[in-house]
Ligand binder design. Structure first.
Ligand code: FAD
Length: 345
């Protein structure tokens, strides 16, 4: 039996829209859990353009993608949201009634979140790893081939091969090297996109004989019952080298896919979830959609639109969470009640 974690609202996606929704819900005393397949908050802002400046966030003449996410995280601190990173929301099941909705959301780790309302803030979909074109790799996935490092201990004392030339490949090369039996880094060319200081640290390890670097591409895998024992690397000159390998971690970047959202019974129009513009509620009462994932006449895929949508969805969600209470509109500037929640008085 899976563990059931109860909360008021589950937000699927910790991009800017999901993060700001925590603030609007928090002002209304609504507790929430956020789930994101990525290992950190920020959605597209952190994953796709952390260092690029954004110029159209109200009140910020200029802020970088990561800078905005950092401010959003600071802003929601008073409400202590619970984050579940590295988890995909796979299933959404309505277990209540349209008048008193209740939902069970199954995460990839198998825990179930129970909530009175759900906000789907899934953006362009879930970020998923691009897989390398190696025949038969599926048979090893989850056993000896991993697309992310969830627990470093899983790699201790193993022959580990990392493939890639970006920041993830280099960061994990440097972090895992001290605990593995032997680490090999493979990249198709001797030119790395990662931060220069990481590239230098990696080259120092190679020069000191602490890791191996191979320029080429993994051409085949060998092993039994999902457990890798070795792999072959094909060099640019056509030569093939066999390497011991118990754990393979390819970092080929991420791609956005709608993923499980399409299986939850939500109406979809061109991979987007239609909502009304009063509440941003979907065809399933109690399930809301905000940010890039939703569609309505005039929709703009802008961060500021996601903020507005979260504020209005929160007003409706209040009535699902507190069916017997009246909601009074208040300003943060003048309401001592709201200021107390924010911890500023
Ligand atoms: P996202 O940021 O896409 O976040 C959604 C999150 O949901 C993701 O982290 C994803 O992993 C997660 N997720 C999805 N499905 C699941 C699931 N089933 N389980 C777990 N997690 C899931 N907008 C502006 O307003 N101004 C700009 O200047 C601007 N510049 C941009 C520049 C670039 C290069 C790009 C790519 C976009 C830009 N945008 C800009 C658009 C802006 O980034 C998006 O509008 C915004 O990120 C949408 O926020 P979101 O929270 O709806 O979704």
């Amino acid at each position: 039996m899976s563990e059931i974690i109860k909360t008021d609202v589950v937000i699927v996606g910790a991009g800017p829209a999901g993060l700001f929704a925590v603030f609007e819900l928090g002002l209304l005393d609504i507790k929430c859990h956020l789930v994101d397949i990525l290992p950190k908050a920020g959605g597209q802002c952190s994953e796709l353009y952390p260092e690029k400046p954004i110029y159209d966030i109200p009140g910020y003449p200029i802020v970088t993608g990561q800078g905005l996410v950092d401010h959003l995280l600071k802003q929601i601190e008073p409400f202590h949201p619970t984050f579940h990173f590295g988890e995909m929301v796979e299933g959404l099941k309505a277990v209540g009634t349209p008048e008193a909705p209740l939902f069970h959301l199954r995460m990839s780790g198998d825990a179930i979140l129970e909530a009175k309302a759900v906000i789907v803030a899934a953006g362009g979909g879930s970020f998923q790893p691009k897989k390398p074109p190696i025949e038969g790799i599926e048979a090893y996935e989850g056993k000896s081939v991993f697309y992310a490092v969830r627990k470093m201990e899983d790699f201790r004392g193993r022959h580990v091969v990392i493939v890639g030339g970006g920041d993830s490949a280099l960061d994990w090369t440097l972090n895992l090297q001290p605990i593995v039996k032997r680490l090999t880094l493979i990249h198709r060319r001797d030119d790395f996109r990662a931060a220069p200081h990481s590239v230098k640290a990696m080259r120092d390890l190679v020069a000191n004989g602490q890791i191996d670097l191979h320029i080429g591409q993994v051409s085949s895998l060998r092993g039994e019952a999902g457990e890798l024992s070795s792999l072959a690397v094909k060099g640019a000159d056509g030569s093939v080298t066999d390497l011991a390998c118990e754990r393979l971690i390819p970092f080929f970047g991420l791609t956005m896919k709608l993923g499980p959202v399409s299986e939850w019974g939500l109406n979809l129009h061109e991979n987007l979830v239609p909502v009304d513009t009063e509440r941003f509620e979907t065809n399933i009462p109690g399930v809301f959609a905000i940010g890039d994932i939703n569609s309505y006449p005039g929709k703009l895929k802008l961060i500021l639109c996601g903020f507005h949508e979260g504020a209005l969805a929160a007003q409706r969600i209040y009535h699902y969470v507190f069916p017997d209470k009246r909601l009074t509109f208040q300003y943060t500037t003048s309401s001592s009640n709201l200021q107390k929640k924010l911890g500023v008085v």
